[in-house]
Each structure stands twice: as C-alpha cells, then as structure tokens.
Ligand binder design. Structure first.
Ligand SMILES: [Zn+2]
Ligand SMILES: [Zn+2]
Length: 349
C-alpha cells in the first residue's frame, strides 16, 4: 500500500498505466468525545476512481473538521466533495453516514444503502422521540430501574447533532447487486449483525473486501439487541461471518483501525470470542432461578469496569450485548425466555 499524502493510502496500483484504476483509503478524525465515538479515534472512508467515475464508501461524522478532512484529501486526489458521484453507506451508524445528507446536497450523488437501514436511519435521526419512548419501554422490561433510565435522553441528544440524515437513499440495496465504477465491479454482500442492514463490498478481480464494521482487526464489533435490531442479531452476525469466509480475498479493508492480511485467522478469533462470551453468559444466568438481562449484565466482566460503575452510554451497550448473547442461547435451546408482570426473564433449561 502506497502512502500518497498524510492519511491517504493508495490501495491498487494503476495498471496498465493508461487506465486510471485507483482505490484510496482516506482518514477522518472522529470528534474528541469518547461518549460519541466509543474510543475509536478515526474512521476510514474509501474512494474509488476509475475511468471518470467514482465511488465513496462511508463518509464520517457530520462535523466541519470531518468535512474539511474529506475535502482536503479528495483535492489531493484531484477531486472534491462536489464531484462525488456515488456514495455507499455500509450502515447507518453516525461515524459512517453522518455527512450523507450534506454530501447529497453538495454533490447530488447517488446514495446507496441497504433497505433495512432506511427505517433505522429515519427513526434514529428524524423521529427520535418515538424511538426514545420505545427504548424506555424496552429497558424497563429488561430490568433497568426507572432512576437509571435518565441516561437515555442524554445519550441520544449529541448523536443526532452530528448526523445529517437522508430521508431515502436513491438506491435501496438488498445484497447481491453489482456496482460498476469504471474497471471495478463491487458485489454488495449483505452482512447483518452489527447493524440489520450492514453491507460489505467485494471486488473479486482485485480480491478486495471492504468490511465496514463487520470485521475489524482488533475490536470485536458491538452486536447488540435493541428495539431496532432483528430478533437474534448474534445468529445473524455469525452467519454473516461465514458468508464472507467463502470469498476469495487477499486484503480486508475495514472502516476502523487498519487493513487485515490474516483474514481466516481473524475470523477464527471472532468466532472464538463469541463462543467464550456465550459460556460466560450461561454461567452468569446460573441455575438458581429466572433473571433479567440487567441482572446478567451486572454479573458479567466488562473490560471497561463493573456494570454499575459504567457511564450511561456504556451501560446501554453492555445491556444490548448481554441480550444479544442471551437471545442466541435461547435460539440454541440452552435458555428459556418468558415474560411475567411486564418483565422479560431468562432461565437455564
Ligand atoms: Zn457501526
Ligand atoms: Zn464504525
């Protein structure tokens, strides 16, 4: 990979020289707020240029700094945000889609995202009050006391501020489409789990896989149950890992951290991580009687500290992650789930 400028790397060497066939990795710093970025310092959009056409994959938070970084880096490559023709969002988390509305207004680009992310984006960023109401009911039934629920308003406000959403994408993807950008042909691979409509982009001729947040080199992406997820996101995620495991890939290009050459080994580590986590959850449920997800989250060891001492936004993530694993164990027939007096309980079978 060749460094062409600070933060910009050329991934594919133009070959033959007369055919402009280039893929670049850009870099945008995320806002300095651990509550918003969960400790991730930057996001990596990818810019593909070939035969007069171009494609931007993910675009970063809606901040002036991020927009400025994008503009400087595109200018370095002889382009400009106004000249972006196609924008694909791997999913609708703010670090990936934040600038989408602004770029759409500026460039009139064709915005593509998976159809399952459209509702997600609308409810999160355009109709947040309704979502907040559903969130309150949801955490209540999973055992979070009313006095702890105040964190949700505080958590939802700043995120909205950093997203310029779009009402509808120009193209709602389903997975399996082929998107041509000059000499590149990307296949859309639907990889639900981290988000219900997450997509990866596979370029078989260059043996590249752009993985968004589906596969990262060190962090294991957060797989959470919440009111906007499917019923069993961990099952979706593990299936999505197998879907990409079959692809012929030389280089994995994720949206955070750095690229991965050890693809199969990384897949193995991620499967093992969730296996261990499932066993830990099972032990935390115990055999003494029914427990809520909040009870289980309290008994689980979190890298960031005990559940009761976590800041509010981490508590929500911990609860969602606990529930994703509990629901998976229910699907395997190892736990029973039932509702009583408005609360959801889990119990060993
Ligand atoms: Zn994400
Ligand atoms: Zn991300």
């Amino acid at each position: 990979m060749k460094k062409v400028h600070e933060g910009i790397y050329q991934l594919v060497t133009p070959f033959p020289e007369y055919r402009r066939q280039e893929a670049y990795r850009l870099r945008e710093e995320l806002p300095h707020n651990p509550h918003l970025t969960k400790g991730l310092p930057y996001v990596l959009p990818y810019f593909i240029v070939s035969r007069g056409d171009n494609l931007l994959v993910d675009c970063g938070w809606n901040t002036d700094d991020a927009h400025q970084a994008l503009q400087e880096q595109l200018q370095e490559l002889g382009s400009h945000p106004r000249e972006v023709r196609n924008l694909i969002l791997t999913h609708s988390h703010p670090d990936h889609c934040g600038l989408a509305g602004r770029l759409k207004a500026e460039a009139g680009c064709t915005v593509m995202m998976h159809e399952r992310e459209v509702d997600f984006m609308r409810s999160r960023y355009l109709e947040p009050d309704e979502l907040l109401k559903r969130m309150h009911e949801w955490v209540e039934k999973h055992g979070v006391p009313v006095e702890e629920q105040t964190w949700m308003e505080r958590a939802s406000m700043p995120v909205r501020h950093f997203v310029s959403p779009i009402e509808q994408p120009d193209v709602a993807l389903k997975g399996g489409e082929h998107i041509s950008v000059g000499d590149f042909v990307f296949e859309v691979v639907w990889t639900p789990g981290h988000s219900p409509g997450h997509v990866c982009l596979y370029e078989p001729n260059h043996r590249l896989l752009l993985t968004g947040d589906h596969i990262l080199p060190v962090i294991t992406p957060n797989i959470s149950l919440h009111p906007q997820q499917s019923d069993n996101p961990l099952a979706d995620y593990l299936e999505s890992l197998e879907k990409v495991a079959r692809l012929k890939v030389d280089r994995i290009l994720p949206a955070h951290e750095w690229d991965i050459d050890w693809f199969q080994r990384r897949l193995e580590e991620m499967r093992a991580h969730h296996e261990e986590r499932l066993e830990e959850m099972l032990r935390a449920v115990g055999t003494e009687g029914p427990v809520t997800a909040a009870d289980v989250a309290r008994r689980i060891k979190w890298n960031t500290g005990p559940y009761d001492e976590l800041p509010f936004w981490m508590k929500r993530a911990a609860l969602g992650e606990t529930l994703a694993h509990l629901r998976y164990l229910v699907g395997q027939g190892r736990l029973r789930e039932f509702e009583a007096d408005g609360r959801v309980y889990f119990q060993a079978v």
